[in-house]
Design a protein around this ligand. Structure first.
Ligand code: FMN
Length: 229
């Protein structure tokens, strides 16, 4: 798969961009509805094994892949994992790492920040959810000759893509969890990814378990996050 910018070395070629203008009324209605629907998004850690149409997940990944990226280098790879053996291997390795983290490696301050979330080293979502989307960031481009080429703003670009992925999954009726077992090197090994790729997150997705519970979190108000200048 050629993942470096396919436009590298090409001259600027402008093309018209003329989207139809939405009325202010329609914009207001869409924005309010989006705000309400996104307000309902929650990180879910207990999944149903009920099947999900794969196309819903593929469409969400396609949405993520439209994200803006530094120099349009699109430095992401989404590994869609359904194989039960691979999911079991990921769960086993993740739980080993998490065990070390929760029994000392994280430190008191980090552990107390996690306290309200009720998380621990047990990660059943890695085998319960019908899909795992493992997101890798391409730290650099590796060409066919094995030479590396710089990618710019990789973390920012992949973070935006993952935000769009979570949004698309939620708006399509699925639950998801942004899971970042630390360290994540085992994901490259289990999934056989090349040396230019670094794991960014494991995102189990599917329907929430019928008895799923979430922490009763309080979000900052708009006034607390907006500063007018
Ligand atoms: C960068 C990042 C890393 C995260 N890592 C984990 C994780 O490893 N395990 C987990 O259970 N939740 C993880 N989360 C989920 C957060 O705990 C969750 O988003 C937060 O508590 C707010 O809850 P909400 O998503 O339901 O609004 C992560 C979220 C982000 C953005």
């Amino acid at each position: 798969m050629r993942t470096w910018t396919p436009m590298h070395g090409q001259p600027y070629q402008p093309t018209p961009y003329r989207p139809s203008r939405m009325s202010a009324k329609a914009s207001l209605a869409v924005a309010a509805d989006l705000r309400r629907r996104m307000g309902e998004r929650r990180t879910v850690r207990a999944f149903s094994a009920d099947p999900v149409p794969e196309q819903v997940v593929l469409d969400a990944i396609a949405v993520a892949a439209t994200a803006p990226s530094g120099a349009h280098q699109q430095p992401w790879t989404f590994v869609l994992v359904t194989d039960p053996e691979i999911r079991a291997a990921i769960r086993c390795a993740a739980e080993q790492e998490e065990q070390r983290s929760y029994t000392g490696r994280l430190g008191e301050e980090w552990l107390s920040a996690l306290e309200p979330l009720g998380t621990d080293a047990s990660k059943p979502h890695l085998t319960d959810a019908p899909y795992l989307i493992v997101v890798f960031e391409q730290r650099f481009y590796l060409d066919e000759q094995g030479e590396s080429h710089k990618h710019y703003y990789v973390d920012e670009s992949v973070g935006i893509a993952v935000g769009m992925l979570l949004t698309a999954l939620h708006l399509s009726g699925l639950a998801a969890l942004m899971h970042t077992p630390s360290p994540m090197r085992f994901l490259s090994e289990v999934l056989g990814r090349p040396r230019n790729e670094k794991a960014f997150a494991v995102i189990p997705t599917g329907y929430p378990a019928a008895d799923a519970m979430v922490p009763d979190l309080v979000r900052k108000s708009l006034d607390q996050v907006i500063v007018r200048a």
